[in-house]
Design a protein around this ligand. Structure first.
Ligand SMILES: Cc1cn([C@H]2C[C@H](O)[C@@H](COP(=O)(O)OP(=O)(O)O[C@H]3O[C@@H](C)[C@H](O)[C@@H](O)[C@H]3O)O2)c(=O)[nH]c1=O
Length: 390
């Protein structure tokens, strides 16, 4: 059976560990599987409220709902009995979220058995290439789970990207009036659009105040667009008012505007519209790469500064010879050796922005060559399905 057969079913299990990235990635994957590959997808998710922030159509009280062609099930617990007929042809657990034991038992009773994946988190570290697509045999049941790693090289699963994304971005970025109308929805004026426009999405520990001070006292006008809830205290301090969506203030060379938290497609447009994007976690980090614009990554913090290792691994791929980009990124993440704050590093970074822009476009071309994660995963699933006995 080809993978594009409409009867092919897929269950995607997502536990929201923190914030919006877990569900953000799973929702994107679910839609792409359904829209581009005709697969019948059920997305199991334990936190519908987080989901609703990136997808306003979600009803947080519904046990089962159909949204944009995807069956969304509230994953309330580990219990429940399942029959082989309930099991999808492909089962994906995201970030090793343990799927219900009853579901696994029923998977083992299926004939043929489903293709089972653990979809891992994104890292630029080299070991990923050795672990990508490795099988792991279940200790008790006749089941094999395969590890699937997103990544930045041809020996990984690549990055998630919808087929129409690049063309949509290109059209948007060429349409000055459309871009102005989009930013205008958030109150951005033509004068602000002519300044260096920057979107800011980061974790609470980012040294935002120091950067604001540099932008405010700098020689170039900067407009900073911050989603509501991000860097709340620093933004409120700058505004001298609560950091609610719609609030704005100009001081010195800096204008800060608080945006509502927008639905995922509009967040892409925001990244496409800005000259520079500060992004975080995994999904906004990947989307910034597809925006083809310079970005500064705030990596998700981990114990024992494990994230610094991951950050350096990425910079070794992305920022070789780009000293001002590396320096600002390391400093933004508290991983720099020197004591300079981001404000002191800003002028050099700003001066190099035209080269950073060209580099972002070149990087995007390189990443395109690795294919897209969803198609790569389905191609691998297809090879497993066709090689199994019976
Ligand atoms: C700012 C903004 C973001 N978004 C979306 C884009 C992304 O899909 C999502 C944010 O996800 P991320 O960028 O990944 O950052 P994040 O910090 O929100 O998410 C994650 O980071 C991971 C590394 C961790 O494993 C997760 O547990 C999680 O914390 O929110 C919107 O839809 N609208 C917005 O206005």
């Amino acid at each position: 059976m080809p993978l594009t057969d409409p009867a092919l079913t897929l269950a995607l299990f997502c536990r929201v560990v923190d914030n919006y990235g877990d569900i953000g990635i799973c929702w994107r994957l679910a839609r792409q599987l359904q829209r581009e590959h005709g697969i019948v997808v059920t997305l199991w998710v334990d936190d519908l409220r987080s989901f609703q922030r990136i997808c306003p159509q979600i009803d947080p009280a519904a046990a089962l709902q159909q949204v944009e062609g995807i069956g969304v099930r509230h994953w309330a617990g580990q219990d429940g009995q399942f029959a082989p007929a309930d099991i999808a042809d492909i089962v994906i657990e995201f970030f090793a979220c343990d799927i219900p034991p009853g579901y696994i038992d029923a998977m083992a009773r299926c004939q043929p058995r489903p293709v089972w994946f653990n979809l891992e988190g994104l890292t630029a570290e080299e070991w990923v290439e050795g672990c990508h697509t490795l099988p792991s045999t279940h200790p008790r049941l006749p089941l094999t789970k395969y590890f699937f790693f997103p990544g930045f090289t041809a020996k990984t699963g690549g990055l998630m990207r919808e087929a129409a994304l690049d063309e949509a971005r290109r059209q948007f970025q060429q349409d000055r009036a459309g871009m102005a109308a989009f930013l205008g929805r958030f109150g951005v004026t033509p004068q602000e659009m002519a300044s260096t426009t920057i979107s800011l999405f980061c974790y609470p520990h980012a040294p935002v105040a120091d950067l604001f001070a540099a932008w405010q006292g700098g020689a170039h006008a900067v407009t900073c667009l911050v989603p509501e809830g991000v860097a709340k205290e620093v933004v409120a301090h700058f505004l001298e008012a609560p950091a609610n969506a719609g609030a704005s203030r100009a001081r010195g060379a800096l204008t800060v505007r608080v945006l509502p938290f927008v639905a995922q497609p509009d967040y892409d447009r925001l990244l496409w519209a800005c000259d520079l994007n500060f992004v975080r976690g995994e999904d906004s980090f990947v989307r910034a790469q597809w925006a083809g614009r310079p970005f500064i990554w705030h990596i998700y913090p981990q114990d024992d500064n494990l994230h610094h290792k991951k950050l350096r691994a990425f910079l070794q791929r992305y920022a070789i010879g780009r000293d001002s980009l590396s320096a600002l990124t390391l400093c933004w993440n508290g991983a720099a050796a020197g004591g300079a704050g981001p404000g002191a590093l800003w002028p050099a970074f700003h001066a190099a922005m035209p080269e950073s822009h060209a580099h972002a476009a070149e990087w995007q071309r390189q990443m395109l060559a690795n294919g897209d994660l969803t198609s790569n995963l389905l191609n691998f699933a297809s090879s497993l399905r066709s090689s199994r006995p019976g």
